[in-house]
Design a protein around this ligand. Structure first.
Ligand code: ZN
Length: 390
């Protein structure tokens, strides 16, 4: 029989507030939520969570799990992530991507890393492709990758409106989207095109052009870095109001903000003020990307590394800025899971995966479970990656 875990009297958010209830987990699955659950049989572990908040595990739709960057030469390639880079910050599900470099970084290496992180307890999905066009794949085409490889759920992050991208035409972009769409249909996956939007001239225009000139719906695209400038943010409002989901990047630095990036908390409140539904916005960390700093001539002058932790930190900032907790949860978990059709993720409900984060009243992380396995207890990791330096 699967081991039972009973979490008693937490203030539970599904993301909707459910009040102080008990949550019963069997093995990897939530099997009951309710008041004063009476359990017959062996409860292996009962946890009194009075005064604490229980929320779904965070879902991060963009992490460079094998490292990214390299845009300032070989010594600027960032390091791969380790288990606790995510688990200690409540992230239980993430989607892996390559970036600018699809030469020294490969999909084979990324898939192997994803499987390793899954073994250590996380839930890891992958995008095929990279910034570049023609799209690199594992099996020869985007649709074959989606159909034949379980972890592959879409393509990304393909770069548009960016000097580092392949300057692909809208016809080429439409072909990429159609392959992703068909591969997704055949494998019952979302088949989204996760789009890196740069600060170039076009902004989101190529996506609208594909939607207006072809039979690909706008919602096939899932554009990220929409808070990179005020101008792009406002284009994002139009995209979201047309039914798409826009993604804001939580990893940032002073140089990015100085060069016009809109801080995520500000971007979220601007979007809501502009009439964008909370359901059409998600946040991603862009963890382990490099944060390049360019001068006015487009030359690289410095580099930092994005952190998965920024997703959780931004969640805390949003709640401190008086965004309702249930809305903040949607931004860091529910919306990305729904948009990517990760059906057992992003919510707390009977039958879904037991990906749980227990927070104290100040939002400090107490415990994290992924598919029912404890990764963090009492604020300390209970597991580390195989070769992780402690
Ligand atoms: Zn990007």
């Amino acid at each position: 029989m699967a081991s039972l875990l009973l979490i008693k009297n937490a203030d539970v958010y599904s993301p909707e507030p459910l009040g102080c209830v008990d949550v019963l987990v069997a093995g990897s699955t939530i099997i009951a939520i309710g008041k004063d659950l009476a359990i017959s049989g062996n409860v292996h572990h009962t946890l009194d969570a009075q005064g604490k908040l229980l929320i779904p595990g965070l879902v991060d739709p963009l992490v460079h799990i094998t490292g990214g960057g390299g845009e300032g030469g070989y010594h600027t390639r960032t390091r791969a992530m380790e288990l606790t880079d995510a688990s200690c910050y409540g992230v239980t599900t993430l989607v892996a991507a390559l970036g600018t470099d699809a030469i020294s970084r490969t999909l084979e290496d990324m898939l192997a890393k994803a499987k390793g992180l899954e073994h250590e307890g996380l839930n890891v999905f992958c995008y095929t492709g990279s910034y570049a066009y023609p799209v690199v794949t594992l099996t020869g085409s985007i649709s074959r990758d989606l159909m034949l490889i379980d972890n592959m759920i879409g393509i990304g992050e393909i770069a548009i409106s960016d000097h580092r991208g392949s300057q692909l035409t809208t016809t080429e972009l439409a072909r990429v989207a159609s392959e992703a769409r068909v591969g997704g249909m055949l494998s019952n996956k979302a088949g989204k095109v996760f789009v890196h939007v740069g600060d170039g001239k076009g902004g989101l225009q190529p996506l609208h052009q594909v939607a207006s000139e072809t039979d690909i719906p706008l919602q096939q695209f899932y554009p990220t870095h929409i808070n990179r400038s005020q101008a792009l943010l406002e284009q994002g409002f139009t995209f979201a109001k047309a039914g798409g989901v826009i993604d804001f990047t939580t990893s940032t630095n002073q140089a990015c903000l100085d060069s016009g990036e809109v801080a995520v908390v500000d971007a979220v409140f601007q979007a809501l003020d502009a009439g964008v539904s909370i359901n059409n916005i998600s946040l991603s960390s862009d963890g382990h990307a490099s944060l390049p700093v360019f001068n006015e001539f487009g030359q690289l002058t410095g580099l930092e590394m994005g952190r998965i932790a920024s997703l959780y930190e931004t969640f805390c900032e949003l709640v401190q800025a008086n965004l309702p907790l249930s809305d903040a949860i949607k931004l860091v978990s529910t919306n990305a899971a729904r948009n990517l059709q990760l059906k057992h993720k992003g919510q707390l409900a009977v039958g879904l995966d037991a990906d749980l984060v227990l927070l104290d009243a100040k939002l400090t992380i107490d415990s994290v479970w992924s598919r029912g396995q404890a990764l963090v207890r009492g604020g300390e990791p209970t597991r580390y990656g195989q070769f992780e330096i402690r």
